[in-house]
Design a protein around this ligand. Sequence first.
Ligand code: HSC
Length: 667
Amino acid sequence: SVKAVMICGENGKFSAGADIKGFSSPKRRGIALGPIVSLIERSEKPVVAAIEGVALGGGLEVALGCHYRIAHVKARMGLPEVTIGLLPGAEGTQRLPRLVGVPAALDMITTGKVLCLVIPPAWPKTHEFLLPMYLPDVDALFCNSIFLPPGQPLGPRRLSLKPVPKLPNMEAFLSEALVKVKKQAHGCLAPELCFQAVKAATEQPFADGVRREQELFNVLLTSGQAQALQYAFFAERAVQKWTTPSGASWKISDSVSLLSLGLGTMGRGIVTSLVKAKIPVVALEQDLEYLNMGRKAVMFLLEREAMKMEQGAQTLDFHNPARLQFTVDFDVLRDVDLVIEAVFENMALKKEIFHKLSRICKPGAFLCTNTSALNINEIASATSRPQQVIGTHFFSPAHVMKLLEIIYGHHTSPTTIATAMQLAKVLKKVGVVVGNCFGFAGNRMMFPYAQQAVFLLEEGSRPEAVDQVIEDFGFRIGPFRMSDLAGLDVGTPARQRHGHRYSPLPDLLCENGRFGQKTGKGWYQYEKAGGRTAKPDPWLHSFLSQYRDTHRIKTRFIDQEEILERCLFSLINEGFDILAEGIASGPEHLDVIYINGYGWPKHRGGPMFYASTVGLSRILAKLQKYSEAHPDVPGLQPSAFLKKLVAMGNPPLKEWMSYLSRPNNKL
Ligand SMILES: CCCCCCC[C@H](O)CC(=O)SCCNC(=O)CCNC(=O)[C@H](O)C(C)(C)COP(=O)([O-])OP(=O)([O-])OC[C@H]1O[C@@H](n2cnc3c(N)ncnc32)[C@H](O)[C@@H]1OP(=O)([O-])[O-]
């Protein structure tokens, strides 16, 4: 007597897909979703997927097995398996191309992008709920979603029986798409295997395509990259769960106003991200000239961001003075709830500003400083409210980069930390709380890495060789290309001395007017000042040879393994010290920092996860070997904590912190 079946979710959500934790569970064996989706599709009764909230991964695959899909206007749909190192493993790679065509299916499956419904303006505004599913640029989907009259056979509604829509130039399209997918993958396997699965849909009957999908799914499942990406998924969520025993919290609401002080590169990006998050903001500069320059730059960034947004410029509302104001009047400080100071990195200047802030701002106002290395306690000491002072280290460009390193000082209160974490959340950034030390967690680990890279040049390597190894590992950009991009005159603390090995190479390059991309020359040569295409530079090669001759350094061939290990293991080694000192609460925190702020390849799970996959004993042995060869480089001397973990038999990453004898977390 059943006429039709409707599958829906609960609590306003259809489904987030398979339980990601289940992939590493021993109970997973033998469980599959594809046959269930096929069973749904074979049903003689019409089955309708009613999609609300999200339909992701296996959830969307279930919907694809249904005969009809209807969705709420605000529903979001996608196959994000690629982002956790997998491919849609419940026949989705075979059904989606049949529904939306190969180009749209490839785009969704290889990038994992989540799409919102786009309701054509011509549609009658009848009922907000349960509109036929309509994805951008996918007209076929809309047309196919009209219900058949009752009693009609369901055959035409079964996607597995439909052919994949042909393209006139399928072969050429696929080879071009593959090049694009490979280029964007940076060593991650999943996008290419997603491509192969969709390609199978264009070449083979449905059942064979499904078999191919399963084979490829199993390759990914056991690749190691899937574990790393799934670890990163949960680590990102875990580090954001910052709670205080007192339950301190702070809400950023519409009535809260924020002030950003300083409109240099960082300030501009910070103001842009505040406006994007729809937080009322006042931008303050010291004089009119800087203010006007800053205003122009911010408006340019906002216009660009507005263009990228689907709904168009009006939604950002940045011409509304109630949302964004520019001023040189320090009196505005009296009314704001939170200040983000982003003047340049100079302790005396920052202290002067914080002294002023402390005098003018209302007693409850929080004072954040955007710094990448300066001592938060010293800055806070210039105020009469050190409990409300906190470091918020944004990464450049601040309106793009996801990481917000949040640094608490000796006196920072839990409410202030909760506020900064809440700020990260509303800015859609990943906030990670760390302790106060030079360079905090991220940059402190970067110093030995950058230092090793330069030492390798002294000993015989070349910038292009070092960059290549690091980029092959999966970083988007190697240390020298990065240094050229940032500018060699932007302080790289790799040049500190303190009686240890020091390389003057970056300074010597600066003395030669080679500041990087901005001068058209740095570690590489560029087509012009401000050019982006790095070319190896014969001048630099002979400069390096002369340098080695002058300092009687014997040039030797340095292989890829040594380059990789010296750069990465020294970074990881510093990470162990940071954990032991209680600067970070756990290895996951360092991994999240590196993935979101430093371009560490996510499919390698972050530096500490990577260390656990390499094996701590191996890392220790290599560090011992390199530190014997370079006794004057402290960054290569194995961390005591690393040694302890090895002595304890190399415990799994989630147990590392239990081997610290004192409470690690200064919070
Ligand atoms: C094994 C047999 C099957 C084989 C066949 C496989 C078929 C299929 O192709 C594979 C998949 O579907 S792969 C899956 C493809 N699907 C995806 O990749 C979707 C991944 N998920 C998302 O994109 C986002 O979480 C949502 C947009 C769903 C919600 O965003 P939001 O509102 O900002 O909230 P939030 O903070 O992000 O999450 C809230 C809580 O839920 C948790 N959790 C969430 N999804 C989970 C999952 N699938 N699993 C487990 N847990 C999941 C999350 O950890 C957090 O937990 P906590 O303990 O409170 O910390």
